[in-house]
Design a protein around this ligand. Structure first.
Ligand SMILES: *[C@@H]1O[C@H](CO)[C@@H](O)[C@H](O)[C@H]1NC(C)=O
Ligand SMILES: *[C@@H]1O[C@H](CO)[C@@H](O)[C@H](O)[C@H]1NC(C)=O
Ligand SMILES: *[C@@H]1O[C@H](CO)[C@@H](O)[C@H](O)[C@H]1NC(C)=O
Ligand SMILES: *[C@@H]1O[C@H](CO)[C@@H](O)[C@H](O)[C@H]1NC(C)=O
Ligand SMILES: *[C@@H]1O[C@H](CO)[C@@H](O)[C@H](O)[C@H]1NC(C)=O
Ligand SMILES: *[C@@H]1O[C@H](CO)[C@@H](O)[C@H](O)[C@H]1NC(C)=O
Length: 378
């Protein structure tokens, strides 16, 4: 009995020490570097729209109400996927690059901007598509990143050291390229040719990141856009065949997102062959979201997943002329019952589930079993 007890004491202490070691090894990354659009922007958009009159909807309440108690520039009632990834990795929230007085000392840094596109704005001008809000291409975001590095560090070996301990979240990006085209009347056949161009641009950016020294890059794909209230309202159809009967999502739009994701994954495989030392993860936002659209009740979305929490009414609570933040718009009482926040973006809780699913999928992200059982065991 005594032997057994001291043995179990020993085991207990050994376990405790192991736990302490794994907790301190927990900071497998020192920083996160973000690129993307409104799904990732933690405040850069504010910088670009501060002169607008009227101010864009996302700078006004009820944006931010759930978590930050004020609008932060995030297109959500609360946190974004990148915020939950930072929380999971034990890092502070990723501050926007354009953040008065803070950027010089930033470790993690976010270049994502609301309205951001993968392609240059000249591409859209040529085909008569306008880009409302800040139009910032991926190349522009990348040029800011190089500016950030050269402001902060002396030479390329310093850049390398920084990037070796950074997790790069590249995207989602490209969604707006499609959104603007579709919502301005282009049809599927006209938008399809964007896809290889966008995927190529993402691939070029990955190569540039690898050249600078990045070792871990997460590249999320597109969401099932046929399930977002904005699209559901815009492409409302009387033909039942257009809808997936199990989810209520528009089938052709989801097929389009899958086409983007297929090409993106092929491109990632191609790059991995040339750079086996770099960990390039595909962030499967699509399937993470589809699981939720198929089983909303499991996730507590008692108000369904398609209808926006905040908006100007209609079947999906989305109306282009009365968007969330507009004086005549109305917000739901409990955003945690909703997946969709404002028509296009996710609620705090929606982003939390998506981040959780993606982190589970990327279980090897820190190259060791995770101590975040709470996050990885679902
Ligand atoms: C900080 O941001 C300002 C714009 O707000 C920019 O002009 C400046 O270059 C940035 N500084 C650093 C060190 O990144
Ligand atoms: C763009 O608009 C101009 C002027 O209306 C027209 O001449 C041109 O054909 C359009 N281009 C495309 C690609 O739609
Ligand atoms: C992008 O923004 C610039 C500056 O605001 C504007 O001149 C340009 O027309 C925009 N491009 C598109 C395609 O809307
Ligand atoms: C850059 O070089 C200068 C001079 O050698 C040095 O004082 C400084 O600490 C270096 N900066 C970094 C970030 O290493
Ligand atoms: C780069 O700068 C660091 C200081 O920031 C210095 O220690 C190192 O020797 C430099 N490396 C090269 C290749 O110049
Ligand atoms: C959107 O809101 C405007 C302004 O209140 C209203 O006139 C219009 O009928 C609404 N559209 C739909 C589809 O409900």
């Amino acid at each position: 009995m005594a032997v057994k007890s001291s043995l179990s004491k020993f085991i207990f202490f050994a376990l405790a020490i192991l736990l302490i070691i794994s907790a301190s090894a927990d900071n497998c990354f020192n920083s996160i570097v973000g690129f993307g659009d409104s799904l990732t922007d933690t405040g850069n958009g504010f910088h670009f729209v501060s002169e607008y009159n009227p101010l864009p909807y996302f700078t006004l309440p009820p944006y931010g109400n759930t978590f930050f108690d004020r609008p932060t520039g995030r297109n959500s009632d609360g946190r974004l996927i990148i915020d939950f990834i930072a929380e999971d990795l034990g890092l502070p929230f990723v501050e926007p690059f354009f953040h008065e007085g803070r950027n010089a000392s930033l470790e993690s840094v976010n270049f994502a901007v609301v309205g951001g596109t993968a392609l240059e704005d000249s591409y859209f001008t040529e085909i008569n598509i306008t880009l409302p809000l800040a139009n910032v291409s991926l190349a522009t975001q990348f040029s800011w990143f190089k500016q950030f590095l050269s402001n902060k560090y002396n030479n390329s070996s310093d850049y390398k050291r920084y990037l070796q301990t950074s997790l790069v979240l590249l995207g989602e990006i490209g969604c707006n390229d499609y959104n603007h085209a579709f919502l301005q009347g282009k049809n599927e056949a006209e938008v399809q040719p964007f896809v290889p161009k966008i995927v190529k641009r993402i691939g070029e950016t990955i190569n540039e990141l690898i050249n600078l020294g990045a070792l871990t890059i997460v590249v999320p794909g597109n969401f099932p856009i046929g399930c977002t209230a904005t699209y559901l309202a815009h492409f409302a159809s009387t033909n039942e065949e257009d809808y997936d009967s199990s989810t209520g999502c528009i089938k052709w739009l989801n097929r389009f997102a899958e086409y983007h994701n297929d090409l993106l994954q092929t491109e990632l495989s191609r790059i991995r062959e040339f750079h086996p030392e770099t960990k390039i993860f595909y962030g499967d936002y699509y399937n993470a979201a589809m699981n939720i659209y198929r089983n909303p009740e499991i996730y507590g979305f008692t108000e369904g997943t398609l209808r926006a929490c905040c908006g100007g009414g209609g079947s999906y609570n989305f109306n282009f002329s009365v968007q969330c933040g507009h004086p005549s718009s109305m917000s739901c009482v409990d955003p945690s019952c909703y997946m969709n926040w404002d028509g296009m973006h996710f609620t705090d809780v929606g982003a939390k589930w998506l981040a959780k699913a993606v982190l589970t999928h990327l279980g090897t992200i820190c190259d060791r079993p995770s101590s975040h059982a709470g996050v990885y065991d679902h």
